[in-house]
Design a protein around this ligand. Sequence first.
Ligand SMILES: NC(=O)c1ccc[n+]([C@@H]2O[C@H](COP(=O)([O-])OP(=O)(O)OC[C@H]3O[C@@H](n4cnc5c(N)ncnc54)[C@H](O)[C@@H]3O)[C@@H](O)[C@H]2O)c1
Length: 266
Amino acid sequence: MRLAGKVAIITGAAGGQGVAEARAFAEEGAAVVLTDLRADAGEELAASIRAAGGRAQYFQHDVVDEGQWRHVVDETRKLFGGVHVLVNNAGTISRLSIEKTDIASWDRTMAVNLTGPMLGMKVAAPAMRDSGGGSIVNVSSTAGLMPHHDAAYTASKWGLRGLSKTAAIEFVEWNIRVNSIHPAQIAETGFVREGLPGHAESACQIIPMQRLGTPQECADLVLFLASDQSSYITGAEIAIDGGFSSGATQWVRTRLRRDIAAQNKG
Ligand SMILES: NC(=O)c1ccc[n+]([C@@H]2O[C@H](COP(=O)([O-])OP(=O)(O)OC[C@H]3O[C@@H](n4cnc5c(N)ncnc54)[C@H](O)[C@@H]3O)[C@@H](O)[C@H]2O)c1
């Protein structure tokens, strides 16, 4: 029961990673407040956690709206008595090059992926301070560590990585830790289901572990960062990517060199 007595807000909770995080947190004893645009899926998830004996409440919530953030945090305090964990997990993607980027899709991607977590921290952190402190986990991407062929998404996720470090130093005096995680392609998510043709298959060709990650693997990492087991970790950026961001280039090169050597020998 690594989150016994804790209250956690998870955004984007109706999506692939959010569902896994919500279930993992509830199983570890947290009361979970689940927010997402998608009411049916969010209500269903909260009901299933309650049916299994957990404490869960869904709120329809667009993370770009500060007023809605205030509602979510106020209701969380009323329902469960405080806030200890915030997971800024909601995200969107535009999949457009710089040349093709229109200002509406740029603005929406930046708003959801970067302004949303900023507003979440602005509103939830004082409530976390009043609850004795806690942990914020910002879900960035490998697109926040290296370039991806997607202008707004890459810029928003690099921004979130930097914002997380600013938050880590700002909130340290409130006993709140802030870290970012950086997944590569994660199976069973809207992001992968709606990816461009060949999206997942090509990823497996360049990820040293040669497979996609799972929502459960991400939830295990987020749970660790949310819990007191990571009590000395703040301002960190943690890749969860099968070796992609640290070693893909060298791994692909080794495979190419072997292929070229074999061809030359033949
Ligand atoms: N799936 C991947 O391959 C992958 C890789 C790297 C990073 N990520 C990041 O992981 C996070 C979780 O995404 P996922 O993989 O579970 O994908 P997903 O599409 O299954 O879930 C995303 C969820 O966010 C919700 N959402 C979108 N805009 C919102 C808004 N304005 N307000 C509230 N909720 C909103 C969606 O309704 C959806 O339920 C995202 O931040 C994403 O950028 C995903």
